[in-house]
Write a protein that binds this ligand. Sequence first.
Ligand code: TXA
Ligand code: MG
Length: 311
Amino acid sequence: MSKSKHTIITEDPSLAAKVLKEGGIVLFPTETVYGLGADSRNLSSCLEIYKIKNRPADNPLIVHLGNPALIPDIGEVTEAAKILIRQCMPGPLSLVLKKKDKSVFSTGLTTIAVRVPSHPKVLEMLSYFGGPVSAPSANLSGQPSITRLDDAISEFDGQVDLILKGAEPEIGLESTVVDFSVSPPKLLRPGYFGWEELQKYVPDLENYSDLKEGETPSSPGRKYRHYAPKAKVIFTENQNPDRESAAIGIGLIRGWKFALDLRNNSEYMKNLYSFFRDCDRLRISKIYCFPPANASGKEAILNRILKAQES
Ligand code: TXA
Ligand code: MG
């Protein structure tokens, strides 16, 4: 992709909103990962995101809103969805709903994913903008999502109209996605909120199951290569350090070429993607990932490592 645009880099959320209104593409931080956003009601801007990311055309985008009160305008909110909206929003959760607003971009689906991020800077931008913003994670399709401003700039400077600067993502993995367009509701992607936590609020929530051969993916994004660095990712419990490879985990022993020893699952989530990116920069060919702690966040970390390993 050619780097032909002049990219404004700013901390000003009102300028970001103005660029969105003019049909521009804005890269912004959220509490999960960086996003690449466009006005959901501007078809050509939304399609430009697919070009920039090299994203398969049938993989839909999440609509970002500045306030949970706006959700019922976009999709049909079920009683169970209402509970999660009350408990978890704004925050790292996306809901798939039956689509109501036909003017909002979707890939021809009758459903729409909505999310109200909690990151203050993006909330300000959304409130200046006033409408829905469609945004996937800001990364080339298949690669790990971006969690640091430096990576956002080196990957997208010259390709987007504006990069909004703000606090770096606290969480580091993408939002939890729950499908309320089906009954019983289904967890499609674990994130900061995992199945067990959500079951407290939605007792009949079905856990996502990894696709078996021949099964139709309920979330189009699930059939594609995901979250993967160039290096080979190996998930294992046995630590046999080697001087050529990298390792990430909790309680690592010494002897790796490059390693990140973490204290808990929050640190694991926050650092996993940036570690993958650092390993690629160092041209490391194998990354060993060790199990997360048996605590909140485990499901999401394992999900991303196993997807990266499959690729
Ligand atoms: O944390 C996040 O969710 C970030 C930030 C930027 O908000 N966004 C993000 O977007 O991760 P993306 O496009 O990388 O992942 C969205 C996932 C994809 O797997 C997509 O297939 C699924 O949500 N999705 C979107 N709309 C859907 C729909 N109508 N039905 C089922 N799955 C949907
Ligand atoms: Mg993504």
